[in-house]
Design a protein around this ligand. Structure first.
Ligand code: FO1
Length: 271
């Protein structure tokens, strides 16, 4: 662990409580690093900026998987097996949705559905995604700041051998099996004011061990986050999601092979 005062391998002696830490996170791996930091950085000194490129409209609701995974993980209510959704979940509603001929490929549990319903009601009432997220976090007892990277739609599209697919169609409905050619990120997505002020104050920006292509790139694609991360903080640290020649979880290694990239941490650093 690099300290502000030279190299120091013993993280316990590292004083995080006087540094403003910002973590760029998406997915399950990102949520785990956020959870680790939340245990050593006080709430007022920590911000998670979370990917919303995986968000989609489904069953008339706005589903925000990465925001929810970070929120549930910080609340200690994330499903410990899958990493996403809630611990102790039941599936009565989605099973009835299936009986009624609705889409059931994206597994929305009964407790998880409450999050999407309350979010939808906040958005319908004119609140921003940032406001809805802050409300949900407060109600779940999460004190560390969880911010969507933008309040604007920012859907990631995946160009595969089967054509251009919406992210969740590729990731969940097709279990990320179609070979990936390229990730298509939206143009002209802007960061929120809360994101800008968190980055302006950041002493350390940590890029979580999330998928570089579909979790981290969408965040850096939001204007002007990449420029701020490049120019502002004293320290930027990226944690590799590739360990021992493979991804800890998810499609990162498979995507790297399909895109002709070596499955090593150096590829992540170069990217
Ligand atoms: N991932 C799956 O592989 N299958 C699912 O049925 C599924 C449902 C789901 C519901 C809510 C939620 O917040 C996440 C869910 N995920 C599911 C994970 C999600 O697709 C991924 O966590 C992110 O989009 C990428 O990290």
């Amino acid at each position: 662990m690099v300290s502000m005062h030279g190299y120091n391998s013993n993280v316990e002696s590292y004083r995080f409580d006087d540094l403003n830490v910002v973590v760029l996170a998406g997915g399950v791996g990102g949520a785990k690093l956020v959870d680790g930091f939340a245990q050593i950085v006080p709430a007022g000194k920590f911000t998670a900026i979370v990917n919303t490129g995986d968000d989609f409209r489904h069953l008339g609701l706005t589903v925000c998987p990465d925001l929810d995974t970070v929120m549930y993980t910080l609340a200690g209510e994330a499903n410990s097996t899958s990493g996403w959704g809630r611990e102790g979940e039941t599936w009565r509603t989605i099973e009835e949705v299936e009986r009624l001929g609705g889409p059931s490929w994206f597994r929305l549990g009964d407790l998880d559905l409450a999050t999407h319903l309350v979010r939808a009601s906040y958005l319908d009432a004119g609140h921003s995604l940032t406001g809805a997220t802050q409300h949900l976090c407060r109600r779940m007892g999460v004190t560390h700041s969880v911010l969507p990277m933008s309040d604007e739609p920012a859907a990631t599209l995946v160009e595969t051998e089967e054509g251009i697919l919406p992210f969740q169609t590729w990731f969940v409905e097709k279990s990320w099996q179609p070979a990936v050619r390229e990730i298509q990120l939206p143009k002209d997505v802007r960061a929120t004011g809360a994101v800008l002020s968190a980055l302006e104050k950041a002493d350390v920006v940590v890029i979580a061990p999330s998928n570089p292509f579909v979790s981290v790139d969408p965040i850096l694609n939001v204007y002007p986050i990449k420029a701020m991360v490049t120019d502002l903080p004293d320290i930027v640290v990226a944690v590799s999601p590739i360990v021992g020649g493979d991804a800890v979880k998810g499609p990162a290694a498979k995507m790297m092979r399909e895109m002709g990239l070596a499955v090593v941490p150096q590829t992540v650093a170069d990217h």
